[in-house]
Design a protein around this ligand. Structure first.
Ligand SMILES: [Zn+2]
Length: 238
């Protein structure tokens, strides 16, 4: 069935929240709801099986870990469709090993959905990166951005030798490389790499051009072996 006939109760609910009393001309939220109805109608016409198929389940091959930035909507910039990409986004696409949210997403995508690729995406003009390169106290986000400040500290000579724009891009790149390392140390991902060839990628999205560029995440055999020794864990024997 096309999208329009799916979940009639939800349609009623949407009808309620778009009642005239809530409509304000030029309001982006109302425009978004209106756009959604147009999209659902168009998809029902152009791809009549898509929504009905998606309603039965999902089998995305890509887990996308990106920045929350509104200019980096993964499904749009990949020119893909609903159902193609499983997603987690946070400010500055940081991989915190103790972040419950990103770890839950990784576990579900890798262990249950069996995605084939994990893509960590940074981007140009990242506000989180700019904040970490500055020295203004912003509040809670300062704690979130601590891994970026650590990267800044560890690469301070290099970063200070570059013009501001290049330094920001270098920190974006370092953040992706650091995040890819953290992902490969995650035991769920580590197991899937060994068991079924899960691939981990690092990319940077150039907002001004709309293009993705791969980040160099090559490593030698020794690094991979050391990671296995240090991070591989198995269930405890009784
Ligand atoms: Zn960002």
């Amino acid at each position: 069935m096309p999208c329009r006939s799916f979940l009639p109760d939800l349609r009623e609910f949407v009808g309620l929240i778009t009642a005239k009393a809530y409509v304000r001309p030029g309001d982006k939220y109302n425009l978004a709801l209106s756009k959604n109805r147009e999209w659902a109608s168009r998809i029902a016409s152009e791809k009549p099986d898509l929504c009905a198929t998606l309603a039965k389940g999902q089998s995305p091959e890509i887990l996308w870990l990106g920045c929350s930035d509104s200019r980096c909507p993964e499904t749009t910039i990949l020119d893909m469709e609903p159902g193609d990409v499983f997603v987690h986004r946070n400010i500055a696409n940081i991989v915190h090993p103790t972040d419950l949210s990103i770890n839950a997403v990784i576990d579900y995508a890798v262990d249950h959905l069996k995605v084939k690729h994990v893509v960590l995406c940074g981007h140009t003009s990242c506000g989180g990166v700019a904040a970490a390169l500055g020295n203004t106290r912003l509040g809670l986000i300062d704690k979130w951005l601590m891994p970026l400040r650590t990267l800044r500290k560890d690469n301070i000579k290099l970063l200070e030798s570059l013009p501001d724009k290049e330094a920001a891009l270098k920190l974006v790149e370092l953040n992706v490389q650091n995040g890819v390392k953290a992902l490969k140390e995650n035991h769920t991902i580590l197991d899937a790499i060994g068991d079924r060839g899960l691939q981990v990628h690092g990319v940077i999205y150039d907002i001004a051009k709309g293009e993705l560029h791969e980040v160099d995440i090559e490593e030698d055999e020794e690094t991979s072996t050391i990671r296995q020794k240090a991070f591989k864990v198995s269930a405890a024997t009784k």
